[in-house]
Design a protein around this ligand. Structure first.
Ligand SMILES: Nc1ncnc2c1ncn2[C@@H]1O[C@H](COP(=O)(O)OP(=O)(O)OP(=O)(O)O)[C@@H](O)[C@H]1O
Ligand SMILES: [Mg+2]
Length: 383
């Protein structure tokens, strides 16, 4: 007796991916791991195609064999890859199945060392099989000479209605800006083209982000275990906040607090990157883990104090909560929007919640605003 896996598992696994954003993040992560500097995502309704093209390392036969080996990966999550100067993103050997969220027929074309390889994966055939290992993937090979390495994944859109939804989804700036800023890496450019209209990654500098509406820059680093609040006049106020440095994880926060009179305005910053995808007109800092956007909007909940503080105007926070770890316990659940629960991830979750809610960032920002109104005492803020 031995285990066998029927084709239905493929649909089960790709269905675990909860949103188009998370699905594309999986595909882009592969381009990132392959050292690509550019990835282009092209939706083309007229030709019923969605193509993802990157200028990464490409794949040879052995790499393709790895790709076809489901739930097996040779990648070490979170390790720093000296060759690409990036943290490795893959670990599960499942990400590629995200392509089936967009269509049922997927053509791969990849070039590595002057050789082009092409193959097609058909979801319907694959899922009808009694045993997935029966699926024969035939690979067409061509010598292309001195052509730069690349990978193209071309999905044929099988269902126009579904495609309309995908288009609508990425025409929403809240989703699109998050896709385009999936990585904190100036050397990685994402271009999204929707029926001829182009959008691309743009760098956000919190220092210059809407300075007239900003009240404070708030920074924290687990290395020096201190939160610093800096106001418009560059006056700094710091308070220590402990971090367990024996944990194999680092946290850095770069947050900007804004105060919009009258509470939440409509799109108050004129930018949609920091708008919560969950609630209209709510600003939120974004969590990045090993430089990749973590589509989780609960771990650092900017409104956590809303009910506790009643009518008091809370600071509206945007910016970055950056977590770095190569620990093997840094694990994500199957829909990739939360941690798997273990001692390490519980520590991180609790730390984020406490430093935010724990009468810390939010409370001190509110208090400091009150001190500002009261003015400086002997050139210093007192507390
Ligand atoms: N754009 C790409 N360029 C080069 N190689 C790729 C590309 N996309 C996929 N691969 C290869 O296919 C393999 C399988 O990708 P897949 O995303 O399924 O797994 P993974 O990246 O190893 O782990 P995870 O499921 O955590 O993403 C990768 O390990 C890589 O070797
Ligand atoms: Mg991957």
């Amino acid at each position: 007796m031995n285990f066998k896996v029927a084709g239905g598992i493929i649909g089960e696994l790709s269905e675990k991916i909860p949103s188009n954003l998370v699905a594309l993040n999986e595909i882009i992560k592969n381009s990132y791991d392959a050292g690509a500097k550019n990835v282009n995502l092209v939706f083309d309704t007229a030709n019923k195609k969605f193509q993802i093209i990157d200028d990464g390392s490409g794949m040879n036969e052995q790499d393709i064999q790895e790709l076809l080996h489901i739930s097996k990966s040779s990648k070490q999550y979170g390790e720093f890859n000296i060759k690409t100067s990036r943290y490795i993103q893959g670990s599960k050997g499942l990400g590629i199945l995200a392509v089936f969220k967009f269509g049922k027929t997927v053509k791969f074309t990849t070039v590595k060392n002057g050789k082009s390889l092409e193959f097609i994966l058909d979801f319907d055939i694959l899922s009808s099989l009694d045993d997935v290992s029966e699926y024969e993937v035939s690979i067409a090979e061509k010598n292309v000479g001195n052509v730069p390495s690349m990978t193209s994944i071309e999905v044929t859109l099988s269902d126009e209605q579904n495609f309309g939804l995908v288009k609508q989804y990425f025409n929403d700036g809240r989703n699109r800006d998050k896709l385009l800023n999936a990585f904190l890496d100036v050397n990685f450019m994402i271009v999204l083209e929707i029926d001829g209209e182009k959008f691309q990654t743009k760098q956000v500098d919190l220092k210059t982000y809407s300075p007239e509406k900003k009240t404070f820059d708030i920074n924290y680093s687990s290395d020096n275990q201190a939160v610093s609040f800096v106001d418009k006049n560059n006056t700094e106020y710091t308070r220590s906040y402990p971090f367990d440095q024996s944990k194999n994880v680092k946290v850095e926060m770069n947050i900007a607090a804004f105060s919009f009179p009258g509470g939440k305005g409509k799109d108050p910053l004129g930018d949609q990157l920091f708008l919560s995808p969950k609630e209209d007109n709510k600003l939120t800092p974004l969590i990045y883990i090993n430089d990749n956007l973590f589509n989780n909007y609960e771990l650092f909940e900017p409104d956590i104090m809303r009910s506790a503080k009643g009518g008091q105007a809370l600071p509206q926070l945007i910016g970055y909560v950056k977590i770095y770890s190569s620990d093997k316990n840094m694990e994500f659940n199957s829909d990739r929007t939360n941690f798997q629960e273990n001692e390490l991830t519980a520590y991180i979750a609790n730390f984020l919640s406490e430093i935010n809610k724990g009468n810390y960032i939010q409370v001190y920002t509110i208090r400091w605003k009150a001190w500002l109104r009261g003015g400086l005492i002997n050139g210093k803020y007192s507390y």
